[in-house]
Every structure is written in C-alpha cells, then in structure tokens.
Write a protein that binds this ligand. Structure first.
Ligand SMILES: Cc1cc2nc3c(=O)[nH]c(=O)nc-3n(C[C@H](O)[C@H](O)[C@H](O)COP(=O)(O)O)c2cc1C
Length: 328
C-alpha cells in the first residue's frame, strides 16, 4: 500500500496515485500465464498485478481469484471473448478487483458494470479508433501497446512513437507504456515519453510464479530480441479467430518460417495439432522485443525491485550526464 511513511526511494506518478500502488509497474494480464499467484506476488512487491482472464474462462478464473485472495489485484480480459462470455466479468467483479483491463475489442458495453463495482477501467489500445472508444468508455488508464510487445496486438506503431502520441491525445488520462520493456531503463524512458508507468509481459513470463513450463522458460532465456517475429499462424491454424489487423509476436521457429513461405493453413493446422504441447518449434513461444534484457528466471519481487531501482538510478543521473552547457 502507498503509505508514504518510509524513506525508500520510489517513483510517484498519476498511476500510482490513482490505484494507490507503490510502484508504476504493471503485470500484463497474460491469458492463462498471469495466474493468481503471480498477480498476488506482483501486488505484494508494490506493482499492479493483473490476472490474465484472457478468453474469459470462468472456471480457470475462479481458481486464480482464490489463489490471489487477500492481495489487491486486478483482472484483464480479451474484450471480444468477454462479449461472448460475460459471466467471467461478473465473477471477477464479485472479487472486488482493484482494476479491470479490457484489450482487443470495444470496452464500452462493459464499462458501466466495471465502474459500478468500484474498479478502475484500464483499456489497452493501439490505434486512434481504439483510443476514441476507450475515452468514450471513460477509461481511467490507457495502456499504449506498441508492436514491440509479446503476445497478440497489432503490427502498427512501435512503443517509442506510440506512447508520446497517445499521451498527447488523451491527456490528462494516464498512459502506461507496453511493449519491449523489461528493465529499469525502459521504465525511465517510458516516464520521459510522458507515460505514468509500464506494463511488462515477457519479463514476468520469465519469472518463478508464471504458469509457463520449463521448456518455455528456457526458450525465453535462450532467445534473443532479434529472434522474435510477428505472425498470424496460430490464429489461422489453431484459432480462436482474431479480428482483422491483429497478429502476435513470438520467437521465430520452423513453424512460423514455413507459414511465412507457404501460408498453407491445412498443413499448418495438421502439424500444430500433432505437436507436443512443449514443442516450441511449433507451439507459440510468445515474447516481446525485450528478450535481450532477460537472462534468468527471477522472482516477481526481484523483478519489480530491480526495475524500480534501476529506473530511479537512471533518472537521478541521466540529466547531468547528457545536458551540457548553461543555456536553456
Ligand atoms: C504470453 C503472453 C500472453 C498475453 N496475453 C494477453 C492477454 O490475454 N490479454 C492482453 O491484454 N494482453 C496480453 N498480452 C500482451 C500484454 O498485455 C502486453 O501488451 C505485452 O506483454 C507487453 O509487451 P512485452 O511482452 O514486451 O512486455 C500477452 C503477452 C504475452 C507475452
């Protein structure tokens, strides 16, 4: 909680103030992998932990809300899935979440219920049309997701250009930067761009509490930023279908390369369903462009701590380092 009664250095932004959290660091609500334990651990570390309610599977969500009971967490949903399964939102709201994040779809039909439950409404957006819908929904916070991001999204603007553009277009609504951020330099840079915090997905996927299997975690640590690609093969060959204009960033594999060459949906589908669940030469190893900054599986607490400490160190020293001369 944001007591402000000790002397620990921290970064106070409109996001930390709005949500009464200690650090402007958000766990991305990664479908299935941002489980209740991980969200609670991020919350205990002082960040905003969002359970990955993804495709709105109420049974899974019920268990994860229970696992996080006692911690101040939020929940995120893929909006077009929630439209089909609104019961998952009702379940989430009964648990009195600190916030609900809606991504990929129209947040307006769900906004009133979220507000009535006393939760902050966070909308993850990529395009001006999505920004407009989020503002009309009365979003308390916008997450600007650049194409650098791991997982699903759009191949449009990178985080560096998207964030300041969105900050300008929605001020004074706080904007959180997402995509390719995995350390404190990314947090410091995001703040310089006008963001009120950062969302990290891939960094927390490579953490001790994520529901990611050992092969996935080893793959994340081994792969480099340059190994990631955006692809729609999983949506086409496996489903569920995603709205036009979306794809996702994964670590390149023989499967994604074959798809790039052939776009043979029947062959891709057959190979996908014949593969073992931990065969990441076929199954998706979702990851963002920040992979070069991830060299070990760490605890959520260590991740939040090191990101905040490094950002504070950068913010304290960067000015004198780069500003020379006494002029304006
Ligand atoms: C494995 C994985 C699953 C994701 N699932 C979701 C999801 O269900 N809902 C959502 O809004 N975003 C999802 N995302 C995207 C994140 O919200 C966030 O934008 C992204 O992780 C930020 O980029 P980064 O991975 O480089 O930190 C997912 C990302 C990853 C890596």
């Amino acid at each position: 909680m944001n007591s402000g009664q000790d002397n620990e250095a921290r970064i106070v932004t409109p996001l930390t103030q709005l949500l009464d959290i200690r650090h402007p660091v958000v766990l991305a609500p990664m479908d299935g992998t941002a489980n209740g334990r991980l969200a609670a651990a991020v919350a205990r570390a002082g960040g905003l932990g969002l359970i990955g309610g993804g495709y709105a599977d109420a049974d899974w969500l019920e268990g994860e809300l229970e696992a996080a009971a006692g911690a101040r967490v939020g929940v995120g949903f893929i909006t077009f899935a929630l439209d089909e399964r609104p019961a998952a939102l009702r379940l989430a709201l009964e648990a009195k979440p600190i916030a609900v994040q809606l991504s990929f779809g129209d947040p307006r039909p769900h906004a009133e219920a979220i507000r009535a439950a006393g939760a902050a409404l966070i909308c993850q957006v990529q395009t001006p049309d999505e920004v407009k819908a989020a503002v009309e929904a009365g979003a308390d916070v916008l997450v600007a997701q650049g194409r650098d991001a791991g997982g699903h999204g759009r191949p449009d603007l990178g985080t560096m250009a998207l964030v300041p553009s969105m900050v300008d277009s929605v001020a004074p609504v706080p904007v959180v930067a997402a995509g390719g951020i995995a350390d404190g330099r990314g947090l410091a840079a995001a703040l310089m761009l006008g963001a009120a915090g950062v969302t990290m997905g891939t960094r927390f996927l490579a953490s001790t509490e994520a529901s990611s299997n050992p092969a996935e975690q080893a793959g994340l640590v081994a792969a480099r930023s340059v190994d990631t690609v955006r692809t729609d093969v999983f949506d086409q060959a496996r489903g569920p279908a995603w709205p036009e204009g979306h794809d996702g960033r994964v670590v390149r594999s023989s499967f994604t390369e074959e798809w790039r060459r052939s776009r043979d949906e029947a062959a891709a589908s057959e190979r996908y369903w014949a593969s073992a669940p931990d065969d990441y030469d076929v199954r998706p190893l979702w990851a963002g462009e920040g992979l070069d900054l991830i060299s070990a599986i760490e605890t959520p607490d260590d991740i939040v701590r090191s990101v905040v400490d490094q950002a504070i160190a950068r913010l304290r020293t960067a000015g004198p380092m780069v500003v020379a001369g006494a002029g304006r």
